[in-house]
Structures are given as C-alpha cells and as structure tokens.
Design a protein around this ligand. Structure first.
Ligand SMILES: Nc1ncnc2c1ncn2[C@@H]1O[C@H](COP(=O)(O)OP(=O)(O)OP(=O)(O)O)[C@@H](O)[C@H]1O
Ligand SMILES: [K+]
Ligand SMILES: [Mg+2]
Length: 697
C-alpha cells in the first residue's frame, strides 16, 4: 500500500512541475472581417432573409428599386430620374449588407473557435482493452459506449469517459484554454475525462461514455459555431413585435397613396420605398441576432459554455443561487487527516477499523483514509478483503463499507447515518461521539463515523479547503439582489462553518439529491428564477431542474449533461459574470430597440416634409431642417438609416455597459440616453449627410 501513497505524492509533484499556458484569445482580425463580408453577400439569399421579417421587407423594396433603375416608369409614371433610383437602390442594398455583416461578424468568433477545436478532434489511435487482457489498437472514431481504453502519459484521450483505474495528471488546455493540468482519478466527482485532452503523467484506464459524434467536444463545436442556436423566447417576442410594426408602417404608406392622389400629389415609388425603409425598425431588425450571438460569445470568452441563449438570458434575471458544497464551494479533495477513537478504543484499533472500512472504497475520500492509515504504519492483508461484499457509497445512504465473508459488517459514513445503523443493529452510541464530531464539524471538517458490527470505533476527520475569494463574490451577488444558498449532504455543523467561511446567505444540510430539487422547486414556486451550481452525479437532477444549471468542468459527465452551462474553470462564482452578461444582453437589446424606434420617429419628421415639397414646392415652409433639396433630404435620411447599423455594431457586440443598480434607475437611465439620443442623433446625422451630399452635387 505504501506504493500507492508514494505514487500519488509523486504524481502530485510531477503535476506541480508542469506549467502550461496556451494563449488562445480570439480577437477580431482581418481574415474574420473578410469572411464576414463574404457571408454578408451569401446571407442575401431570400430564403435566409425571410427569417428576419423587417429586413426581408427591405430586400423586397431593394428588388423593386432595382427594377425601377432599369425602367423608372415600370409601375407608375414617375418624375424621378434614373440616377435617383440607382442611388436609392445602392443605399438599400448596403442597408441589407450592413445588417448581414453584423450577424456574420458576431458568428465569426465562434466559427474561428470551432475551427481550432476541430483541429483538436483529429483522429487518434486508442488502445482498446480486450476481454482476454490484451490491448488492440483502434481508431478513436470506432469506440463505443462501454469500451475500456488504456491511455498512457503523452497520449490524447480518445473520447469522453470515466476513469475506472489509475490517477493521472491531465492537460485540458485544448478545451479550457489557459488552465494548468488537473488531476483526475477513479471514483468520486473527479473521475470524468474529456476526449481531446492529454494525459501528461502516469496512465488511466477509462470506460467510454459516449458514442461517436456525441462527445463533449462535438457538442462544444456545434455550440460555439452556433449550429444549435435557437432564438430565445424573448427574441421571438421582439421579432414578432418588429414584424407587426413593419406591417403597420406598410399599411400607413399604402394608404398615403390614395390620399396623395386625392390631393393631386403624385408620390414616386422609389421615394415611398425609401420612406417605408426609414420608418420600419431596421436598426434593431438588423442588429437583433448579432446582439444575441455576441452575448453567447461573451459567455464563451469567460470560459463558460452556454447550451442555449435562453439560459444566458435567464441568468440575467436570477434571484436565487443554490450551490453544492464539496467541489463547488470547497476544492473537493476531502482528505482524511486524523483518526479519533471514542473512549475505550485505542488509536491503532480505530485506525485499523477506518482502514478496513475503506480498503475497497474507490472514492477519493476512501482512498485518502487508506493512504493516511498506511502512512501511520498500519499494515493490512489485501487477500482478506478481496472476497468481501463491497457496500458502495451512495448519496442516499451516506455510508460505505464491507461485509466480510466471515459475516463481519464494517461501515463508515455520516455520523447520523452510522448512529442509525448501529442502533438498528442493536448497538449503542458512545457518549463522547457527538463531542468529537462537533469538534471536527466546528472546524469545517467532515466527520465520518466508523462502525464494526454494532460498535462505533471512532471518527475520521476529513479536511477540505474553501476556495479563496468567495466571500467578496457572494457579497457582490447580494448587492445585485441574488440570494445564495449552500446545499450539502454534510452535517448541519460543518455546513454552518463552511457557510460562514464562504459567506453564503443560507444553507441546507444533510440534503439528499431530492432535497436539492425540492429546494429549487420551492424557490421557483415563489416565482423566482433559480440558478444551481454543482459537480456531482447527485447534483445532476437539480442542475436540470434549475433555470440556470452551471456544472463545474471538473465534475462528472452526468452533471455536465444535465446542466445548461458548463464552467470550464470550475469556479462557482463565475455565475456572477454570467449574470452580468445576461443582464447586459437584455439591456443591450432593450437600449438598441429604444434607439431604433425613436430614430425612426425622427426620420419621419425629416422625410415627410421633403416628400410633400417634392410634389408641392409651395410647402417650402415645412422644411424646418433646411435641407438642400427634397431629393437630398430623402437620400440623406436613407443613408443615415443604413450607416447607423455598422456604427452600432460595436455596441451590439460589446454590449451596453452594465453597472449594478436598481432596475428602475437602469430603465429610466437607458430610456433617457437611447430614447432621447435616438431622437436627436438622426437630425444631426441627416443634416451632416445633406451638407456633404449638396457639396458633392
Ligand atoms: N466515501 C464515503 N464513504 C462513506 N461516507 C461518505 C463518503 N463520502 C462522503 N460520505 C458522507 O456522505 C455525506 C454526503 O456526501 P456527498 O459527497 O454526497 O455530499 P453532497 O450531497 O454531494 O454535498 P456536498 O458535495 O455539497 O458536500 C458526506 O457529508 C459524508 O458524511
Ligand atoms: K428604419
Ligand atoms: Mg457533491
């Protein structure tokens, strides 16, 4: 057994020596811009365009104007010169291209990242373990669920799986970017490995958990690429609203024609189209999808994978955050640090009992007990236990142990669980047990009681460390109005100590998986949006129940599959960034919608007088903006309408800056900036463009 201990220490030493950095910052570059320009043209395809009703109407208008360029009198007799029609056509075409460019640009970063990930996915050779104990070389693409594979130092892990034997240092930078190698080992919450990562020391034997094409890396590629991107309910609602507005303006413009005819005014078709495009919400219509994609992309830049935009938006409105303790708030490498016997038991007796209870326990906790006992010189005969019945640890029973072939029953587990166990076996609880357990729990440790038959021998002191910097982050969450609740399977005293140290608002102790779900449901019934972070298989149902389920990448595959977000850095406070991004996404969309609509109102006043002056020069008094000519006024408004889209791309991509403040203040602030700004900016912009145009003509 000394071999195991030594081995683990060496691995940790080797692990600490390896320092890895792979800078993969994805900023905008020239190839990405060129690609976005090409894509802007490809997206002109009407079948693609129709998904965006506002811009589809612009495309129809562009097409009609193109026909008018060929024959100005095609539909009605017109006074407009061909040059004017050509000008309107090109401005409309650029309006479309600008909107498409915004979307393509937002998609670009994800595509670039997907390409990088695809390189990681290159086929590797896997060493498949055969039934007869031999090893066969196969292509990684041939591996199926359940296959056993051996991976040595230096080799790539061929696909996702769970370590069933071994402990190794693993370089996950291909997936997580800049992080240093992590230690993965069989049993417990740190046993999952991801295809595309590399074993850097020692070896593992893993059981394949996914079929070809469904691996984490595959999912990650289609995610960052946006292949799975679906409009969120919010986006669908806004798109519908914009489509309705477009329809209303279309009707308004159409009814203007008979009215003008009645007054003896002839309205030119190209001008009507220009007016329509100026009035319908093209700014937000052109930027809407870019805002959503960029929001998802910002989350990715924080090393969080969001499975849906809906999850990111939900994060923006979170009221309650429920966190798992071990592995989320603490590092999760709970290690045995002391064996404390109850009165009447000697330390060696207790050490042996603890060792016996753990020899077949494959969880990190179990192995740490064996390690400590070996370190303290306790020897044991392996063959005595190989035929014993193993009682595996479950989150339900909160116990583990062995039934030896001679009938001896050995158990260890949560103190209350062991107390119940020995009582049911007809034993009694030693008088000093609670005192020992309390002492450990008050120090933030986890006490594990050990029993043989119906006799309790003592307590194992499991130590864990709270991750640094949590208190400040939870305080920030409190300032944002988010309540944090720690939910743990551990006893109330340990929970209270860790809760205090981490600075969470509340805690729930002795929670079984169903209690975690119940806690979430209770909050949801009060109308709250709930986020949950966790790493264990027992957290998976709760992660699925929560509105935002954030799994730690260090955690089990089950947790990662149930969650709708995965933090590649395994930092529970990352949710804070995701919340900010979610809020920022909602605010950005709201701000640009406000800006777009108030812009359109302003353009209305710039363009309507011009239209009527065009038909009735005696209305010159209406020309309050003193634009050089009616045609120049219309073209200026239309040019402004087009170039405002690329000008706003940076805001759409970066997001409106979010500062924690009350929702009402935020709303009134944004309505002021983007509403009032939206009215003023077009007047200035159109006047400037008109000055330039009249200078040119
Ligand atoms: N290997 C083990 N053998 C016996 N008992 C264990 C073992 N590991 C943990 N326990 C006991 O079971 C309790 C629940 O453990 P578990 O790791 O499932 O907690 P949890 O529900 O995931 O909560 P958290 O991760 O927040 O601590 C622990 O507090 C401990 O008392
Ligand atoms: K518009
Ligand atoms: Mg856990």
């Amino acid at each position: 057994m000394n071999a195991l201990k030594q081995n683990k220490e060496q691995i940790h030493q080797r692990h600490n020596r390896v320092q890895h950095h792979s800078g993969s910052k994805r900023s905008l570059n020239k190839p990405m811009l060129l690609q976005a320009m090409r894509d802007a043209f490809k997206k002109l395809n009407p079948m693609v365009m129709i998904k965006n009703p506002v811009m589809f109407i612009v495309e129809v208008g562009t097409f009609i104007t193109l026909l008018l360029c060929i024959d100005p009198n095609l539909f009605t007799a017109s006074d407009a010169g061909r040059g004017y029609n050509v000008a309107v056509f090109f401005i409309l075409l650029f309006t479309l291209l600008f909107a498409n460019f915004a979307e393509a640009l937002a998609e670009g970063r994800g595509k670039a990242q997907a390409d990088t990930l695809r390189k990681t996915k290159s086929d590797t050779i896997a060493y498949l373990m055969q039934k007869d104990g031999t090893v066969k070389q196969v292509a990684s693409t041939e591996l199926k669920k359940g296959d056993l594979v051996r991976v040595e130092a230096g080799q790539l892990i061929p696909t996702d799986g769970e370590i069933i034997e071994g402990l190794a240092s693993i370089d996950e930078s291909a997936i997580t970017g800049e992080s240093a190698p992590v230690i993965k080992e069989a049993g417990g919450d740190f046993s999952s490995v991801t295809g595309g990562t590399r074993v850097t020391s020692d070896y593992i034997i893993m059981r394949v958990q996914t079929d070809p094409g469904e691996s984490f890396l595959d999912r990650m590629i289609s995610l960052v690429e946006g292949a799975q991107r679906q409009k969120t309910p919010n986006e669908i609602a806004l798109t519908t609203l914009l489509a309705v507005l477009t329809l209303i303006f279309l009707i308004v413009i159409l009814t203007m024609v008979p009215m003008a005819n009645y007054l003896g005014i002839r309205l030119d078709l190209a001008t009507l189209i220009a007016l329509l495009v100026c009035l319908i919400p093209t700014t937000i219509g052109g930027l809407l999808s870019a805002i959503g994609i960029a929001g998802m992309d910002r989350v990715t830049q924080f090393n969080v994978l969001a499975m849906s935009g809906k999850a990111v938006e939900a994060a923006g409105d979170i009221d309650t955050l429920i966190l798992d303790k071990t592995g989320t708030i603490t590092y999760g490498n709970r290690m045995a640090s002391e064996f404390i016997p109850v009165q009447g038991v000697t330390v060696p007796e207790m050490t042996l009992a603890a060792l016996q209870a753990s020899v077949r326990d494959e969880t990190p906790e179990g192995r740490s007990v064996v390690e400590l006992a070996s370190k303290q010189g306790q020897s044991w005969e392996e063959s005595n236990y190989t035929n014993a019945d193993r009682i595996e640890f479950t989150a339900e029973t909160r116990m583990s142990g062995l039934n030896l072939s001679d009938g001896t029953k050995i158990r260890k587990g949560a103190v209350d669980a062991i107390k119940r166990y020995v009582t049911s076996e007809g034993g009694r609880v030693p008088g000093d047990l609670d005192e020992i357990a309390t002492r450990i729990a008050k120090a933030g440790g986890t006490p594990l009681a050990v029993a043989i038959h119906n006799r309790i021998y003592g307590v194992i002191y499991l130590k864990d460390t709270v991750k640094p910097g949590l208190k400040e982050k939870f305080a920030e969450m409190r300032a944002m109005g988010i309540k944090t609740i720690m939910c743990t399977g551990d006893n109330p005293l340990t929970a209270a100590t860790i809760a205090l140290e981490a600075g969470v608002d509340d805690f729930i102790a002795e929670a079984k998986p169903e209690d975690k779900i119940a806690a979430i449901k209770k909050e949801q019934q009060e109308g709250k949006l709930v986020a949950m972070t966790g790493d264990g298989t027992n957290d998976a149902p709760a992660l699925a129940q929560a509105d935002v389920g954030l799994a730690m990448n260090s955690g089990t595959m089950a947790a990662k599959e149930a969650a709708n977000m995965i933090d590649l850095d395994s930092d529970p406070t990352k949710l804070l960034s995701v919340v900010s991004i979610g809020k920022q996404l909602l605010i950005t969309r709201g701000a640009l919608t406000t800006f777009s609509i108030s812009n359109d109102i302003a353009k209305y006043f710039a363009i309507i007088p011009a239209m009527f002056i065009l038909a009735m020069p005696q209305l010159q008094a209406l020309n309050i903006m003193n634009l050089s000519s009616p045609q120049s006024a219309i073209l200026s408004a239309l040019i402004f309408n087009a170039i405002i889209i690329p000008l706003l791309i940076p805001i759409a991509m970066k997001g409106v800056k979010y500062r924690p403040m009350s929702a009402e203040r935020l709303l009134s602030r944004n309505v002021f900036i983007y509403g009032v700004g939206g009215v003023i900016v077009p007047f200035i912009g159109i006047k400037l463009i008109d000055l330039v145009l009249s200078g040119l003509m």
